[in-house]
Design a protein around this ligand. Sequence first.
Ligand code: C5P
Length: 222
Amino acid sequence: PKNFIIAIDGYSSCGKSTIAKALAKRLNFIYIDSGAMYRAITLYFLRNNIDWHDHDAVMNVLHQVHVELHLEDDYTQVLLNDEDVSEEIRLMPVSQNVSKVSAIKEVRKAMVKLQQKMGKTKNIVMDGRDIGTTVFPDAQLKVFMTAEPLIRAERRYKELKAKGEEISVREVLDNLKERDYEDTTREESPLRKADDAVILDNSHMTPEQQLEFVAKLYKNLL
Ligand code: C5P
């Protein structure tokens, strides 16, 4: 039988990874965080002061960069050329630039190829922006997540605060609106709901309720 693919797309800071992770654990699927890959590349661009308008420079980076995801028990370890950057890719400098880098056609092409390879033979849950539309248009289950912007900002603010980042709710809100704007308006596979995706607005849902909702969609397909 063919491997099963669950695509979870949606706006920034909707809790996609929380649900995707929990779902993968419950179904014994492999969880893949596609955003982490774009974040790792972005970190490389920032550290090396790469001008991402320069086509040759971008192509060079794509040849030099090796991104690996390792699934640990409850989190994804992200290796950028063998260095563990799991923490650093979540901080604001990367969050503020990742939508610019991920809009570059060549970057997307390379990442999509890697992602498709990861889902070739295994049962996976992958979250991102274009998984149901571009990476796996034939995914058996597609979910499109959304929530009210202020609720998303407050959730993310709490997380960043807990990690000691000095930031206000306003800044978090501005960043996620900015990313949503860039992600939905870019030319190359913009964020949008696939026609056959099920919408999950989790503004007023607990993670447990969300998990039940998606797990039920899956069960109904079997
Ligand atoms: O999922 P996360 O918020 O970590 O993703 C960071 C950024 O990476 C997104 O804002 C988006 O610009 C980009 N991204 C993308 N396509 C994906 C996953 C992430 O363009 N499949």
